[in-house]
Write a protein that binds this ligand. Structure first.
Ligand code: GDP
Ligand code: MG
Length: 448
């Protein structure tokens, strides 16, 4: 199913965002490109794809990340919001007042007659007094088809299979139809858009003067949707869209195109051949399903979980100022575990980005980290904030409390001292000199 494919590629794109280390221009540009590719493959019109991806890009680059969420979460949210907006923001609602008239238009086989019956059932269930009118004189069996669909619903169907003039049929029943609060008018289609069809629609449109004109489009219509939506809209002012056959081999792209051409939103979707297979269209649900809402939640969680760019930057700065304690050291190690080597952090500090750190320096070892965490849990707040006060007696106490070796507590403190030393050198500020020292095997942080 193409819709699945679209969902998959959008999901993969957002996955990339969640996994990435930093949100920067490069990532945003890549994201915009990936989204373009995914939508183009789903038959969404190039112009619209560009508009949407530009919007996402502009927002991602300009908007400030709201407090309480990470840049990544923000970026994923933007994509979600823009897709929802693209599809219509609000759920498609049709207000049924006294004598509301809904007319269905669309090409042959798009699903007008079936949706007419579906809509009738839907609104009858919601307590409305509904009638159906068949004005399709082009297909001889159309009246019979609608009657059959409506038979089980106990909904009256008006039509005349011997009359060839659609307007005459409508006029014939106009008076009788006044007592219903909802009249649904089915119309004829053609295999393709023709002047003849346009002319007929124009006439029936004038005669019925519908409250709502719904364009029925099959989801697999693809790029042709643009031309069709435009022509139908020009003829009878489309106020809403029903996308049918979203249950089958569906490309959703066509529907998206039709929305923005007519500026009318998708109101319902057809998801099967039976009269109950109609769903109200809710953009959030649709995009949620497309992206996999469960997956989206997981993605957002992942983004939340990864160390935030802001935090890394803050750590980097404090490191530079020599203002860090054991808690910072631990956080830094955790950060590195998630982000890879320290050079990613150092990259963010102006002046240091050109430096390449020794590759295997700063590797974090899971086991040791765990032990150090235990050790830190056994320390007092004072000890954590000012490790210099940790005497031999305290080391013993900490090791015992943590259930680890004295030597392991000492290795943690040694690590801390080395890091502090390096931090002071950085504070002194000549990155080149520092680099040379590092290469000569000077003080290195080896988290082993
Ligand atoms: P019309 O020519 O526009 O009136 O189209 P019809 O209502 O006659 O429908 C054409 C075909 O599409 C019929 O075989 C319907 O059963 C089928 N159809 C209509 N809506 C849906 C839908 O939502 N899903 C599926 N799978 N088939 C549908
Ligand atoms: Mg029909």
């Amino acid at each position: 199913m193409v819709l699945d494919k679209l969902g998959n590629s959008l999901r993969a794109t957002l996955e990339k965002v969640a996994k990435s280390v930093f949100v920067d221009d490069k990532l945003v540009n890549e994201l915009a490109k990936d989204i373009q590719r995914a939508l183009l493959q789903a038959d969404v019109n190039v112009k619209l794809v560009l508009k949407l991806s530009e919007e996402i890009k502009t927002r991602a680059l300009k908007e400030k990340t709201p407090a309480g969420i990470t840049k990544k979460e923000h970026l994923i949210n933007i994509v979600y919001e823009e897709l929802v907006k693209f599809l219509g923001e609000k759920e498609g609602k049709i207000e049924i007042k006294e004598s509301t008239k809904i007319m269905l238009v669309g090409l042959f086989g798009s699903g007008k007659t079936t949706q007419a019956a579906k809509l009738a059932k839907y609104y009858q269930k919601h307590g409305h007094y509904v009638a159906l009118v068949q004005t399709d004189t082009y297909r001889p069996a159309a009246f019979e088809q609608l009657k059959q669909l409506a038979a089980k619903l106990n909904i009256p169907v008006f039509g005349d299979k011997d009359e060839k003039d659609a307007v005459k049929i409508y006029k014939k029943f106009e008076k009788k139809l006044e007592k219903f609060d909802l009249v649904i008018v089915d119309t004829a289609g053609r295999d393709a858009l023709s002047d003849e069809l346009i002319e007929e629609l124009d006439q029936i449109n004038r005669a019925v003067n519908p409250t709502e004109t719904l364009l029925v489009l099959s989801a697999d219509i693809g790029q042709a949707a643009e031309k069709q939506a435009q022509a139908f809209h020009d003829t009878c002012g489309v106020t809403g869209i029903i996308v049918t056959k979203l249950d089958g081999t569906a490309k959703g792209g066509g529907a998206l195109i039709a929305c923005s051409i007519t500026d009318a939103k998708v109101k319902f979707i057809g998801v099967g051949e039976k009269v109950e297979d109609l769903e109200k269209f809710k953009p959030e649900n649709f995009v949620g399903r497309l992206l996999g809402m469960g997956d989206l939640e997981a993605l957002l969680e992942k983004a939340r979980d990864a160390i935030s760019e802001e935090k890394a930057e803050d750590l980097g700065k404090r490191f530079l100022k020599g203002e860090f304690n054991l808690v910072d050291l631990y956080e830094q190690m955790e950060a590195m575990k998630k982000m890879g080597p320290l050079n990613k952090i150092v990259d963010m500090i102006p002046g240091f980005s050109s430096l390449k750190m020794p590759k295997d320096a700063l590797q974090v070892q899971e086991k040791m980290l765990k032990k150090w965490r235990f050790a830190m849990d056994s320390m007092t707040k004072q000890e954590l904030e000012n490790p210099d006060i940790i005497s031999a007696a305290r080391v013993k106490r900490i090791a015992k409390g943590a259930g680890i070796e004295v030597s392991e507590v000492r290795s943690l403190l040694k690590q801390y001292k080395q890091a502090k030393k390096m931090s002071k050198m950085l504070k002194g500020g000549d990155p080149q000199k520092l680099m040379k020292k590092l290469q000569k095997g000077g003080p290195q942080i080896k988290f082993k």
